[in-house]
Design a binder for this molecule. Structure first.
Ligand SMILES: [Zn+2]
Ligand SMILES: [Zn+2]
Length: 386
C-alpha cells in the first residue's frame, strides 16, 4: 500500500524525521500509552496566560486566575445541587473508562467552566458588567460575554495545537494499514484545528479592538427570555457549517475565514435568558440561525437551543436533579450530541437535532434584538416575539 521510503529519506508521515528514526519497523515497536499523551495535552489547557495582556485594555494586575466562562455566582450556583453540576467531559481516557461511551459527570461549581485565561485584574474589570450585574441584554454585556467566550475557545484551540505532535507515536506496534489510518486522521484533526485557530484568532482580535474602542455595535444579538428557570447553563462559540435544520451555511475553504456564533445562557431570580450573538457583518451565519430560532414555537425554543449547544460546545452544565430524572430516550440523544463534539476531528458533526423531542422545558416568553448604533449609545430595541 505505501511504498517504503529509503532509510535516510524523510518519513511518509510528515514528522520531518528520517524514515529510519520514525516509521521504519513501527509495527514491532513497543506500544505507547497514547492516553497519557492526551492527558499531557489536556494539561496544556491549564497553561496560564492572560488573553487581555498588552492589547490596549490596560495593564495586567495580579496573577492569572481560574476564570469562569459561565459565571459561578450569578449562574452556575442557581442550577447546582450541594455545590455540584453535571457536565459531559469530552475526553478519550474518560470514554475508555466507560466502555466507549461518553457520560455526564458531577463536578463542583468551583471547577466548572474554568480556564486560566485572565489575570485577576482583567477578569474583574472586563467582566464586572456580567459578574456583578444581572444580565439584561445590554450591548456592553453582550460584547463582554462574546469576548470571554471567544477567549476561552481560542485558548482551547491553542492547547490542541500540540496534539498532532503529541500523538505521532500513537501507532507504535500497529499494522502498516492502521498506522496510515491513524496518521491520516491526526492530519485531518490538525488541519481542522489550525483553521479554527486562525478564524478564532481573527475574531478574537476583532472583539478585542471593539472592547478597546467601546464599539458595542460590532456585535448583534437576540435575547430569548423565559419566565421560569432553565435546568442548564451554557457558554460557547463555534463556526457553524450548518443551520438548525442541518442545511449548509458556510463551506470552510482553506483560505476562507469563517464567522462564529456565540451562545450563552443566564439565570435570573426565577427566570432565564438565552443570548445568541454574532459579529455585525452581512449575512452572518449567526444571524440566520437566530432568525430560525425566532421562528420556532415558543414551547420548542429551549429544547432546540439545548440540543444545538450540546452538539457544538463542551461548556454545557446541568442541574443534577433534572438530568438524573431524564428518561432513556432523552438521555441517549444528549449522549449522542455530546459525543459529536469530539468526533468532529476536522469534519462536520453529524447527529441531527430532534425538533419533536420534548425536554419539558419552560416556553420562551419574549425575545428582543440588540443592534446597538454607533456613538456608543447603549440601548436595546424590544421586539415582541410572534
Ligand atoms: Zn513517521
Ligand atoms: Zn491581564
Amino acid at each position: 500500500m505505501i511504498k517504503e521510503p529509503k532509510r535516510n529519506d524523510p518519513c511518509w508521515c510528515g514528522s520531518g524525521v528520517k524514515f529510519k528514526k520514525c516509521h521504519r519497523a513501527r509495527d514491532v515497536q513497543p506500544k505507547e500509552n497514547a492516553w497519557d499523551a492526551v492527558d499531557a495535552n489536556r494539561k496544556a489547557f491549564s497553561v496560564k496566560k492572560c488573553c487581555a495582556h498588552d492589547v490596549g485594555l490596560g495593564a495586567c494586575q495580579g496573577s492569572v486566575i481560574k476564570a469562569h466562562t459561565v459565571s459561578k455566582g450569578p449562574n452556575l450556583s442557581k442550577i447546582a445541587k450541594n455545590g455540584h453540576v453535571m457536565q459531559y467531559v469530552a475526553s478519550i481516557p474518560e470514554m475508555k473508562k466507560n466502555g466507549g461511551k461518553l457520560i455526564a459527570k458531577k463536578l463542583g461549581i468551583n471547577d466548572a467552566s474554568i480556564f486560566h485565561g485572565f489575570c485577576g485584574g482583567h477578569d474583574r474589570d472586563l467582566f464586572s458588567c456580567i459578574e456583578n450585574e444581572e444580565f439584561s441584554g445590554r450591548p456592553d454585556q453582550c460584547l463582554a460575554v462574546a469576548y470571554r467566550t471567544m477567549s476561552r475557545e481560542l485558548y482551547g484551540k491553542d492547547a490542541s495545537a500540540h496534539l498532532r505532535e503529541t500523538l505521532r507515536g500513537a501507532d507504535k506496534g500497529l499494522t502498516a494499514f492502521d498506522q496510515f489510518i491513524i496518521q491520516n486522521m491526526l492530519d485531518g484533526f490538525n488541519e481542522g484545528n489550525e483553521a479554527a485557530r486562525r478564524e478564532f484568532k481573527h475574531t478574537h482580535d476583532a472583539l478585542t479592538s471593539a472592547l478597546v474602542a467601546k464599539r458595542f455595535e460590532d456585535i448583534s444579538s437576540i435575547i430569548f427570555e423565559f419566565d421560569a428557570p432553565l435546568p442548564f447553563m451554557f457558554a460557547g462559540a463555534w463556526s457553524p457549517f450548518t443551520d438548525i435544520h442541518g442545511r449548509e451555511l458556510q463551506k470552510g475553504h482553506p483560505d476562507e475565514l469563517l464567522e462564529q456564533i456565540f451562545v450563552s445562557s443566564f439565570a435570573g431570580k426565577s427566570s432565564a435568558m438565552i443570548c445568541i450573538s454574532w459579529r455585525s457583518v452581512e449575512n452572518a451565519p449567526g444571524q440566520i440561525i437566530a432568525g430560525q430560532l425566532k421562528e420556532l414555537p415558543d414551547s420548542r425554543l429551549a429544547s432546540i437551543c439545548l440540543q444545538f449547544a450540546m452538539k457544538h460546545i463542551e461548556n454545557v452544565f446541568f442541574n443534577p436533579d433534572w438530568f438524573q430524572y431524564l428518561d432513556r430516550k432523552h438521555k441517549e440523544h444528549l449522549n449522542k450530541l455530546a459525543a459529536d463534539t469530539i468526533y468532529e476531528l476536522g469534519g462536520v458533526p453529524s447527529v441531527s437535532l430532534k425538533m419533536e423531542l420534548d425536554f419539558q422545558l419552560p416556553p420562551s416568553a419574549r425575545s428582543f434584538e440588540v443592534h446597538p448604533r454607533h456613538s456608543n449609545v447603549v440601548e436595546a430595541s424590544p421586539v415582541q416575539s410572534p
